[in-house]
Design a binder for this molecule. Structure first.
Ligand code: BG6
Length: 799
């Protein structure tokens, strides 16, 4: 270009640049965003979050927003500044950024980032005032503030209070708070935390991070299912799936984090969140529109409801040998200290719905294992017989070779994320823009087959999960975050298992490759167990600790009747066995068995046990009755019949005409006296059950001494001739229908199942009182000529 032309060109460019800058300036005026990273000098922030924020800046610089990044912590200003300066220096750009451009943007980002100490409410106020002053000074308008909580959960409430009272942006600007797990330790604490945070922030302001949802392959599960609907239609169900494995293995241990680990263990750290989220993405029904977050959440919650409850036998747990020493050192515990915290867990999950019934989902995670790898493996049933000899099998065609789909989350032999589909299944479709075929790696075998046996795709550009999630937060894409309903549903599922494992002694393992086959496990029905007996030399000193299995079933007397006490699992097994024996005997003698069952949570494990472990049960000759019912439609989740349906009826073959739900809904009304539902049920009993005498009635006992739906201080149903009555419960739903005490006492056998520490107090009290049904209806249970047996677990009986 000649110099004259060059001069004109430069002027033109300058004019264009000015105009563009003006444009940008005008756009910037629309939105200044402050990102406040709390815990900015901590591990997570140093490793991932600053890089994620830089990535956001790289993507957004020069677009419609201006930014400032405030790293904050409790550390002194000088110390904090030093740490942050080092972190900022280490930031890197994606490989495809030109070095000059990278240096320029990095310098800008460093300029826009600062450290400040944030401790007192006054500090928050000062921060807010500084933001406002800067916005005014620079002629900007505030778009919003992002507070990223990279701090331990005990600090959440205090920080939330300070943000809410002193650091919310003014009207017209948004607030987003980003929360890192753990969100509680069980259902109760999660609920408590949710309520606490809910008093400071709106649900839509909160972004609960599960960084696995930002992993590229995990984020691809639903789109993969969506884009390959046609091919997967006939494959994605119990008819074709043999089993599903959801695995996250780690080589690192918990050193340096034992105070956290002691509270959460591997189940709270990884299974309750990362692996459960993945399980849902695989198992949920696929919404028509997967970009609708409401639809996705709705389907997810439905899948949560179909999960079969976990029991102690659904899990195997382990602990690497060095863990105990690390805990003693880091938490200053004496040498006698033993930790029961699992650092390894294998869990068998079943989903009781039409799609997945009977398919084992294996969830597994652990520290100090032989390799670092994460994957979901869907293995299909081998239904083929191949007439040709094996040497003639062609991988792309032979149906006798394994058929699998693998969402390879990362690390492992493959070294990065990928989606693999056996060539003998179908050629999958993945978004061509973001995914490319994996290059062959001679000699590499995955899940028993050479890599060449799979269609294999990996992301064109590998991105870190946190960078992806930070970008989603900025763009208000809430679908990659955990809603409160989702969180609580997950805790509802995991809490009972955590409770039942509280006293379980984990198997010790040496760590790394030396684990050998020690942690291999196998399953049968709903039960999981280690394949090998423990190595004696690996469990020093444990012989002194009593094992739950040391306590066998205990027999005693309670209120002058036989009492059977045991740990919950043995107790339930015993009760189920007794019910089956009663059923077999009744059918042999009378041709039928009339069983009246209670609702609520205690019998759920019993129903599950009956559903899965009792093939000799004479269901075809069993009549099922309800002891009581809530006055809600039978399809309502609160209905006792629903519980029976979900946990027992749908798994056993009881003829429909032998099932007798209580008629709580007649003429479109619930439990109206004039509809005479109670009388109708009584008539049905009188017609079908000889002398109105059930073969077995299963009862529970409430903490107030109620049984069935007969409540203290309510005179209804305690005596008289009525077999069925309408009653009032002190807790909702208030209206109930119930067998009366006389109807219960006509039974040949009454079993009362009492479980959990919460029942301890009432169990003690009732053991001492006489027959006072008005005060404690349970005390009025004493069959006229039948037998009464109490089944109490150790928590209820021994406390
Ligand atoms: C975290 C857990 O959520 O996930 C850690 O707290 C675990 O214990 C980590 O090591 C694993 O994440 P990633 O991304 O390294 O697989």
């Amino acid at each position: 270009m000649c110099p004259r032309h060059a001069g004109a060109w430069n002027m033109l460019m300058a004019a264009v640049c000015m105009a563009l800058l003006g444009c940008l300036q005008a756009q910037e005026l629309q939105g200044h965003v402050s990102v406040i990273l709390l815990g900015a000098t901590g591990d997570l922030a140093r490793k991932y979050l600053w890089q994620g924020l830089f990535q956001l800046y790289l993507e957004e610089a020069g677009k419609s927003h201006s930014f400032r990044f405030h790293g904050t912590a409790l550390t002194s200003t000088k110390q904090g500044q030093e740490v942050i300066a080092k972190v900022l220096e280490s930031l890197s750009c994606p490989r495809d950024t030109a070095p000059g451009r990278c240096a320029e943007l990095k310098a800008q980002f460093q300029q826009l980032s600062e450290y400040r100490r944030l401790k007192t409410p006054e500090d928050y106020l000062a921060l807010s005032e500084d933001i406002e002053a800067r916005v005014q000074r620079e002629g900007l308008q505030e778009a919003g503030r992002i507070f990223y909580f990279s701090v331990p959960p005990f600090a959440y409430a205090e920080i939330a209070r300070s943000i809410n009272s002193s650091c919310r942006p003014g009207p017209g600007a948004w607030l987003r708070v980003v929360l890192e797990k753990p969100f509680g330790r069980d259902h109760r604490s999660a609920q408590q935390l949710a309520t606490e945070l809910g008093s400071f922030f709106q649900e839509e302001e909160m972004y609960r991070v599960d960084h696995y949802l930002g992993k590229q392959v995990v984020a691809q599960i639903l789109p993969f299912r969506d884009q390959n609907r046609k091919a997967l239609d006939g494959l994605w169900s119990r008819h074709r799936v043999e089993r599903v494995e959801i695995v996250m293995k780690e080589t690192v241990d918990a050193e340096g984090r034992t105070s956290f680990y002691e509270e959460y263990g591997v189940i709270g750290d990884v299974l309750q969140n990362h692996l459960t989220e993945i399980l849902m993405l695989v198992a949920m029904e696929l919404p028509l529109n997967i970009s609708s977050s409401e639809a996705v959440l709705g389907h997810k919650l439905q899948a949560f409801r179909a999960l079969r409850g976990l029991q102690r036998g659904s899990a195997v747990v382990g602990q690497y040998q060095a863990y105990r020493g690390q805990v003693r050192r880091e938490l200053q515990k004496p040498d006698s200290f033993h930790s029961l915290t699992p650092t390894f867990a294998g869990i068998l999950v079943h989903i009781d719905n039409l799609r997945w019934e009977g398919v084992p989902f294996i969830l597994m995670s652990g520290k100090a294992l032989d390799e670092r790898v994460g994957y979901v493996r869907i293995l299909f049933k081998d239904q083929a017989y191949c007439a040709q000899s094996e040497k003639r099998w062609v991988p792309a065609q032979s149906h006798c070779l394994p058929q699998q789909i693998i969402f390879y989350i990362g690390h492992g032999e493959l070294g990065g994320p990928a989606v693999l589909v056996s060539r003998n299944l179908f050629r999958p479709s993945l978004p061509s823009a973001g995914w490319k075929e994996v290059e062959g790696q001679p000699g590499l075998r995955l899940f028993g087959r050479p890599l060449s046996d799979y269609y294999a795709y990996s992301p064109v550009r590998e991105q870190d999960a946190y960078s992806i999630l930070i970008s989603h937060i900025f763009h208000r894409r809430k679908d990659s975050f955990i809603t409160m309903d989702n969180l609580l549903a997950s805790w509802v599922f995991w809490t009972p298992l955590l409770d039942s494992l509280a006293h379980e002694v984990p198997r010790l393992y040496p760590g790394g490759a030396e684990n050998g086959h020690l942690l291999d496990f196998e399953f049968s029905g709903s039960h999981l167990s280690f394949s090998q007996p423990p190595l004696e030399q690996l469990v020093p000193g444990l012989d002194s600790a009593p094992m739950p299995s040391d306590f066998q079933v205990l027999r005693a007397k309670y209120r002058d009747s036989p009492l059977i006490s045991a740990w919950p699992e043995e107790l339930i097994a015993r009760l189920a066995g007794d019910i089956e024996a009663a059923a077999v005997q009744a059918v042999r003698r009378f041709g039928q068995f009339h069983l009246a069952l209670s609702g609520g949570s205690s019998p759920v494990a019993l129903f599950q046990q009956l559903a899965t472990g009792h093939y000799g049960f004479p269901w075809a000759h069993t009549h099922l009755w309800l002891v009581d019912e809530r006055c809600v439609p039978l399809w309502d989740p609160e209905s006792n019949f629903q519980g029976l349906q979900a946990h027992l009826l749908q798994h056993v073959r009881v003829p429909h005409y032998n099932v007798h739900p209580m008629p709580v809904r007649r003429r479109q009304r619930l439990c109206a006296e004039e509809d005479q539902g109670a009388q109708a049920y009584a008539e049905e009993i009188s017609t079908l059950v000889t002398n109105g005498s059930f073969d077995l009635v299963l009862l529970g006992m409430g903490t107030d001494g109620h049984t069935a739906s007969l409540f203290p201080q309510s005179p209804v149903g305690l005596d008289g001739k009525q077999l069925v009555v309408l009653t009032t419960s002190p807790s909702g739903p208030h209206r109930r229908m119930s067998l009366s005490l006389p109807a219960i006492n006509r039974a040949r056998k009454v079993a009362v199942l009492v479980m959990g520490r919460m029942k301890r107090e009432i169990a003690m009290l009732v053991s001492r009182v006489g027959r006072e049904p008005k005060k404690w209806p349970i005390s009025g249970v004493l069959p006229d000529s039948g037998q009464l047996v109490w089944y109490m677990d150790y928590d209820a009986f021994l406390g």
